[in-house]
Design a protein around this ligand. Structure first.
Ligand code: SF4
Length: 369
């Protein structure tokens, strides 16, 4: 199983691991992943081995004038990758780097997912055969499951998000987040056009506090993020608290699962929230919620537990959406015209509906205690 990259991609692929492990518990599954996302997979009970691509370390070695040491590290990674012969190698990213890893891994069958655009990108199709995409409206989770279906030769249903949170992580998250009910705001995405203005977050924080919730803000950290968090906490008055730069990805998942709701732009952390079973309000600008909306465990009154599209998507509804542009030629009105009232109403309706997600047994026990 090959996937380097981004947090969202890892979250979208975990359900395929869960489905594959359920259908074929006799199989051993290894996953090669970039170091910044490896935390999500550490100790995962369905994985035999997590092979880390230490991208940050390689970049640091190159920058500090040690290119030969970086090459040595790459050599060791290639050796490890080729130390086993696999029955199948699955590329869930479709980028050149994942394609190269797929090409290097030893395996008789090499399959690629029809990822974001219904095709493999950057020429990775040189290394593997892409599974056909029957319906352009499929979510990324469903597209990746097509690879498992192709491998098994029969239909597979999504069975779970595949994300695991331990009782210890939940207890630690509770200590960090505090005991009063709170909503978690994660306002950061890697693309400029996916971000919502800080002033609108500030108004949203104020409205959520007026409705009786504390506001907890999370993010990876750094000077740009500090300024946005400062504005949000201004809106929350004395009822806000920052966890900026203080959480690993697994801790973030646990804090999100404990929240009353998560309000987040389309980003990897939003997908973690959905996967962890949080009630998610997802703010969409240039990207497509049909393919990238929240997808996770859910429990609706009278329906029992299920797994699929979840949470609430809010968007300004402009004719240019979704454009998938990282830079906007018209000043990003898809973000500035999305109102805090719409976001707060979506959060309140989600909370009031008691649409509780598929919380783990440990989380349910923690909530009950
Ligand atoms: S073109 Fe429209 S959808 Fe795309 S970033 Fe600009 S405002 Fe948003």
């Amino acid at each position: 199983m090959v996937l380097f990259g981004r947090i969202g991609d890892v979250v979208f692929t975990l359900p395929s691991v869960a489905a594959l492990a359920k259908a074929r518990p006799d199989l051993s599954i290894d996953w090669i992943v970039e170091d910044r996302c490896a935390d999500l997979l550490s100790g995962h009970p369905l994985l035999r081995d997590v092979i880390r691509f230490e991208r940050s370390r390689l970049t640091a070695l190159k920058k500090s004038g040690h290119p030969l040491r970086a090459l040595g590290e790459i050599g060791r990674l290639v050796k490890r990758l080729r130390s086993r012969r696999y029955d199948a190698v699955l590329d869930f990213q479709g980028l050149l780097k994942s394609g190269v890893a797929t090409g290097l891994a030893r395996g008789a069958l090499k399959l690629g997912s029809p990822s974001t655009y219904g095709r493999m990108r950057e020429g990775s199709a040189f290394f593997s055969r892409m599974v056909p995409l029957p319906d352009a409206g499929l979510h990324l989770v469903e597209r990746h499951l097509l690879v498992v279906r192709e491998l098994l030769g029969r239909p597979v249903e999504p069975v779970s998000s595949g994300l695991t949170i331990s009782p210890h992580e939940i207890r630690s998250a509770r200590e960090k987040a505090g005991s009063d009910p709170f909503v978690l705001i994660h306002p950061f995405a890697s693309w400029e056009t996916r971000n919502w203005p800080a002033d609108l977050w500030k108004k949203t924080a104020r409205e959520m506090v007026e409705r009786g919730f504390r506001v907890v803000v999370a993010g990876a950290g750094g000077p740009t993020q500090e300024e946005v968090v400062r504005r949000i906490l201004e809106g929350a008055g004395g009822r806000g608290h920052s966890l900026l730069g203080q959480l690993s990805l697994r801790e973030l998942a646990a804090v999100m699962a404990l929240s009353e709701a998560v309000l987040a732009v389309d980003s990897g952390p939003m997908h973690i929230a959905a996967s962890a079973g949080a009630r998610v309000v997802a703010l969409f600008g240039p990207t497509d919620p049909a393919r990238l909306g929240p997808f996770g465990p859910r429990k609706r009154p009278g329906e029992g537990e299920s797994y699929g599209r979840s949470g609430r998507v809010v968007a300004a509804g402009l004719p240019c959406q979704p454009c998938m542009l990282r830079r906007c030629p018209i000043g990003t009105p898809c973000q500035s015209e999305l109102s805090p009232t719409a976001v707060v109403e979506a959060a309140m309706s989600l909370i009031a509906s008691q649409e509780l997600a598929g919380l783990s047994g440990a989380l349910a026990r923690e909530r009950a205690s």
